[in-house]
Design a protein around this ligand. Sequence first.
Ligand SMILES: Cc1cc2nc3c(=O)[nH]c(=O)nc-3n(C[C@H](O)[C@H](O)[C@H](O)COP(=O)(O)OP(=O)(O)OC[C@H]3O[C@@H](n4cnc5c(N)ncnc54)[C@H](O)[C@@H]3O)c2cc1C
Length: 443
Amino acid sequence: MQNATVFVVGAGPAGLFAARKVATAGYQVEIFNRDIRPGGLAEYGIYPMKLHMKAGLRKQFAKILAMPNVEYFGNVLIGSQGGLSIDALRDWQPAAMVFAVGAQGTKKLGLPGEEAKGVYSAKDFVYHYNRLPPFSTQDFSTGRRVAIIGMGNVMVDIARWLLIDQPGEKPEEVTVIARRGPFEVKFDSKEFEYVEPFLDRRRFKDELSRIAASLRACGQDIDEVSKTTFPWIQTEPSASHESKLTFLFLSSPVAVEPGPAGRIERLKVAENVLVREGDTLKSVTTDRWSHVEFDTLIFAIGDVADPGVGLPYRKNSYLTNPDTTDADRAGYEVFDGASGKVLESLYVVGWARKASEGLVGKARLDAERGCEHVLKFLEKKGKLSPQESSDIRRELSSRGNGVVTKEDVGRLLAVEVERAETLNQPAFRYATNQEMLQAIHHQ
Ligand SMILES: Cc1cc2nc3c(=O)[nH]c(=O)nc-3n(C[C@H](O)[C@H](O)[C@H](O)COP(=O)(O)OP(=O)(O)OC[C@H]3O[C@@H](n4cnc5c(N)ncnc54)[C@H](O)[C@@H]3O)c2cc1C
């Protein structure tokens, strides 16, 4: 066993695979996680019906937590806005700290009216339907006409939820609003298959005709759309549904207009043109605009790092070492812009380093790569005294925040599996921290 302790902040895929890498090298690892349940977006982002994928990841995570030199402190927020500050963590004198807190900040467009009721960020909406407290019990009501901004896989997940799996009444129409055109989709076609039956072929073709001249002007041919990104428009839908999925291309939201009850009623949308600059296509907003009626608006445009964690922050990201002589190592090292120095022993990995980039596999690789640099740093540092987990647990418990251990997580998951069986449901999860803590402590 190596003689040092490494703290990992965040127990999503990046944090857990980082923990595995460091613990396998023999170090003691202490994980601090905001949520009671480990897994991050693998639990609270990945689509609820992907039960097999979620179960597979949960199994891998359980193995990591079962490692004898890995400890878990759930329900512990690290940050400058409540919870435990980074300085407080430093007082325990870890040999290194790896921040794997994901991308918890919301990208704001700053549109007039965007604070209206019925306007949500995709992350919060997805957290709500995956039952992450406190989003699980907050109002994320949707209506008859829903707009989703963005054309990635998260958009597809949300459309799928609204059109297929959301309990209760389904929307009449879900409209995807995209800055660019039909060739610039970012979703995987396999994912889109779920919502393909809802795609209104006639209106999609009308939309293509509307933007044909603009696309032609930048060298794109709408006849290619059906052969490339939207093959489904060549065929009839595989099933018939009342609810429709439509697209509004070359369009940007510019203002939300609420009704008397404060809920979004209309969206002012500007027309864009595509301009080719070398190999890249830029979308440029024009002064032509229109109003479209919506009662729900969801921004699925990616997220940003959370400034509340307390790491040096600039332009939506944590600052990393700009040194180009060893850019790979430097890219994981936290950098203090004020002093112009690396914050020695502090690292960022996963979505905390590159917000909303890639799937679980990518977050894992990023964490493992970052931890190779952590391990090299620890080797150089030499002998250190390891921190006792029991001291940390005692001190955290004395703060009365309901700290959850890995044994507690095991208990919670077992109770939830039992509940699912009793209720004859494929899965069950408690919607509040209080219920989870009760289930853990009152079995
Ligand atoms: C809607 C959606 C659907 C997705 N679907 C898929 C899919 O089907 N397949 C796939 O492979 N990938 C999917 N992904 C991508 C995948 O979820 C990410 O690649 C991965 O979860 C990123 O891992 P991470 O550990 O960096 O961040 P996260 O998963 O976000 O984990 C961050 C962790 O840090 C904790 N944390 C945050 N702030 C603090 C704090 N201040 N103090 C302490 N702890 C904190 C959180 O509680 C969380 O446990 C999806 C993502 C989204 C958003």
